[in-house]
Design a protein around this ligand. Sequence first.
Ligand code: KIV
Ligand code: ZN
Length: 390
Amino acid sequence: MKLSHNSDRVLIFDTTLRDGEQSPGATMSHSEKLEIAAMLDDMGVDIIEAGFPIASDGDFAAVKAIAEAAENATICGLARANFKDIDRCWEAIRHARSPRIHTFIGTSPLHRAIPNLDRDQMADRIHDTVTHARNLCENVQWSPMDATRTEWDYLCRVVEIAIKAGATTINIPDTVGYTAPQESADLIRRLIAEVPGADEVVFATHCHNDLGMATANSLAAVAGGARQIECTINGLGERAGNTALEEVVMALKVRSDIMPWRTGIDTTRIMAVSRRVAAVSGFPVQFNKAIVGKNAFAHESGIHQDGMLKNAETFEIMRPADVGLKETSIVMGKHSGRAALRSKLNELGYDLGENQLADVFVRFKSLADRKKEVFDEDLDALMRDQGADD
Ligand code: KIV
Ligand code: ZN
């Protein structure tokens, strides 16, 4: 999909199976990758980065199988800036309904030193590899790795070269999570304004979370004109991870009043994909993770529970159903109040008068002081003891 820099649509590019899988220990099996790709395809992800085909025969086979199975999404494979990587990538994705080659090279001074290329040599390499990729595939994404630490004049120069050589998407990676929202917006805005040919391509943002700003930086880049967000489920990714898909998608949905850009994601599928990615990657989701954490829709304190029982909007800005959860959970613990206890006991089938409730409440508080969470079975036991005393 070709979007202008002021379109109201933002493409979602999911790289759970590539950048996400690069987290140490997050390796997924062939069948697990296919299963996750099918879930991403069904939920409306626009582009799935399925892997890095040259990395191993297993990665090649997974990318190829995903490319052949995908029904809706564009399937993308990653390749370094050399012909061998690009050819292998094309071999893996060529049978997709909509294939994309993504080729990259580190352009900051630190990264240029690794292959020992000077500025001109690297510029030539970019020209040659993007041209080669474009001769194979109509849809080519190019990334200057570590863009946010690349000198401004050199970044403009190489972006222009990549566009002239045929790139259709220019991705601006904040590889080490170094940028901040204002800078992220300005960077994209200035590239669009100053690089010849910028209007012919889609700009993408690819943020890492080393300073905890990946979501904010991605949304700021969209404000600056980026129309593709690169992200992963649960924010899986190297070090502190990548931008979390569920966070950018829900932020755009909940705050469409100030961020008027829409995605094609069916948000009711978020929870199921999140749980499956956590299970297959072996990376559990932290309890207080935005959107998909166990506590994201849970309330323990008395004031919050009382508010929630009267009107859910008091303490929730999204409905659980919007992300595919059945309901909010009211967690019973030492901060819970009488209204929540009454409501919970009603749910369990107990209908108590005021005096009885007052008695049970005292026992409940003393139990809650000893236990982190009071479960339904604990309340049943409390009610049995209460019956014995009455
Ligand atoms: O973070 C990064 O720079 C990357 C590139 C390969 C796009 O993942
Ligand atoms: Zn990355």
